[in-house]
Design a protein around this ligand. Sequence first.
Ligand SMILES: [Zn+2]
Length: 374
Amino acid sequence: MNQSNYCFTCSICEFSTSPSSEIIICKKCKSPLDVKYASLDKSKTVVNSIDIPLPITSEDLISLGEGNTPTISLNNLSNNLDVRLSTKLEYFNPTGSFKDRGTSIMISCLKKAGIKEISEDSSGNAGASISAYASKAKIKSHIFAPSSAPNAKINQIKVYGAKTYLISGSRDNATKEAEIFSKTHGITYASHNLSPYFIEGTKIFAYEIFRDLYNSQDFPEHIVIPTGNGSLFLGAVKSFLELYSSNKINLIPKIHVVQTESIQPIYALFNTSHWSPSNQSKTIAGGIAVSSPPRVNQIVKALHENNGSCVIVSEKEIIEWQLHLANQEGLYIEPTSAAAFAGISKLMESKIIKKGASVLIPSTGFGLKDISPI
Ligand SMILES: [Zn+2]
């Protein structure tokens, strides 16, 4: 397909514009933009043997073999919790996190548009992913990461070849520095949080759930996602809505969001409770340590429209669940992923998830990339 098959539309207001790698926020209300297809049926690209509306053709796809991740049942935890719990092992992706799905599509689109140099900010996983795919695409990358990011992730960013800048202070400082750098040097700001293309890639996660589990008793009634900037959550919601509007499914899973007590902007907006970035404290869940997510309004709107919920978990609960996954199921996941598993208890306490329900949680990142729980 080509660019005439889709446009960028505002996630909040009615603004729309022709696609451009330089336009990533709405000119009217400054909200992030999304890809909107003229026709879902005529925009399909075959990825991992699935027809998916995407802004890129298979010929132009830059791939490191991402996706097609396995889903496994977590029988021991299922018995303890009295639910049917499974996980999709997103850390099987080439750089060890789900981010590769979004990066593959974003870098493919930027390469197709002739972009030769990009900047980006990341707590670690997205930076490593973009560094890897940019190298493959022969695009020069500049990655801004918080100096507090785990060494394994920072080294991974450097090994793939990105010029790496460590920024002191909060995660949001890295964003500000990347934006300033882009403006100053006239380089494309390839923000995985803002780019409309990134969510098109994370959609593939849910398309695979549809391909592998729909029409089986394991098709999830609930999906629980650790959420900072929301790219996996928004991608999953968009996929299921596309499948629903194409009459491929008649049932959409409820998709819930988990944040931390330390940093909870989505939770606060969803529950109309008070929280501001000045209230933030340190969290081991670095992948969701985002105090001002640019898509927060879009995420909360999607939660309300699709019967989702948002819960918060403590640092202690995150470590406990990271260890539960390891010593009960043999899975070593990073703390950000463990936050989602900690959230399931909260969702059951509040009867949002009932006993016996089928629940899928993505294992978004691999444990060895982060600090050890012991
Ligand atoms: Zn707008």
